[in-house]
Design a protein around this ligand. Structure first.
Ligand SMILES: [Zn+2]
Length: 291
């Protein structure tokens, strides 16, 4: 496990929020006192996470769903992107593509669209190649897949991926590098200002190393030269559509750390008792079931 300074400000002045997350896995969740950014530290290094994804991730998190089940969720992504897309996009890339459902919906709108994917899971890679007919350009999202693809993509999708990545800025830099001049990227992450369910037993997770809010996401986007065309906090996520813009330093509001703590405090107050009752009921049910 390695200590990590705050990815936003580089300092290490943090308060600990939790040491465990979903499935009782280790998750040292901390909040930066300067800017309110929430992240894991100490945490596994890159090779530790590589092992983790190879060993446990598919079993714990990958839900194989048919296209019909996920169509409403991914259709929403296409609806959000559509007003901002170039008239006739020629190339699309999905980073962390899964089974490629969003690309498929985009291709239904635009049959000539050349679809590429980056996806670490071998099973999903096979599906993308053999069933969907897409080009899998890389397995490792944090590799140098951008080299030789500068300005290449009219549409880039990165949905619920950024919170997994150990180096936020290098990932966003690669997206900017590979966007065409008219290109747009869709980025969505869980929203730490609107968490869902028990923080300790659901929201905090070993694979989620960063917990963004609209303000902190904007900071990282500006740092990587991605200009926000549209950003919405909706339900428990923040989603945005961005394009190439100037690199900027965008400070978060002064009271953000205080606001983030207040959101967490209120959420814990609201969810702890109902969650405890659910767990007790479940334990009693198991005992009666056995008896
Ligand atoms: Zn910080």
């Amino acid at each position: 496990m390695i200590e990590v300074p705050c990815p936003m400000c580089g300092q290490s002045d943090v308060v600990r929020l939790s040491s465990r997350g979903q499935y009782n896995d280790p998750a040292n969740v901390v909040l930066c006192q300067h800017d309110g950014f929430v992240y894991l530290s100490p945490r596994m290094d890159a090779s530790g996470y590589a092992d983790y994804y190879a060993r446990s991730y598919e079993g714990e998190y990958r839900v194989e769903q048919g296209d019909a089940a996920i169509r409403p969720v991914y259709g929403l992504v296409v609806d959000r992107l559509a007003p901002h897309m170039p008239d006739i996009p020629g190339t699309a890339l999905s980073v962390g593509a899964g089974l490629g459902s969003i690309l498929q919906l985009l291709k239904e709108r635009q049959p000539d669209l050349a679809c590429s994917a980056i996806e670490p899971t071998p099973g999903a890679q096979r599906h993308l190649r053999d069933v969907k007919g897409f080009d899998v350009i890389a397995g490792d999202i944090e590799s140098e897949w951008d080299v030789g693809r500068e300005g290449h993509y009219d549409v880039v999708i990165m949905r619920h991926v950024l919170e997994h990545l150990l180096d936020i800025t290098s990932a966003l830099d690669r997206i900017r590098t590979t966007l065409s001049d008219e290109g747009v990227a869709y980025i969505a992450v869980p929203d730490m200002m609107h968490p869902n369910g028990s923080l300790r037993h659901y929201w905090y997770r070993t694979p989620h190393v960063s917990y963004f809010s609209a303000h902190t996401l904007r900071h990282f986007l500006a740092r990587s030269g991605l200009e926000v065309m549209d950003m919405v906090e909706e339900g428990h996520e923040v989603w945005c559509v961005v394009r190439k813009g100037p690199h900027e330093t965008l400070d978060v509001p002064a009271g953000l750390a205080r606001d983030q703590k207040s959101v967490i405090r209120k959420h814990v107050r609201r969810t702890t008792l109902p969650h405890a009752i659910t767990r007790v009921r479940w334990a009693i049910g198991r005992r009666l079931g056995r008896g």
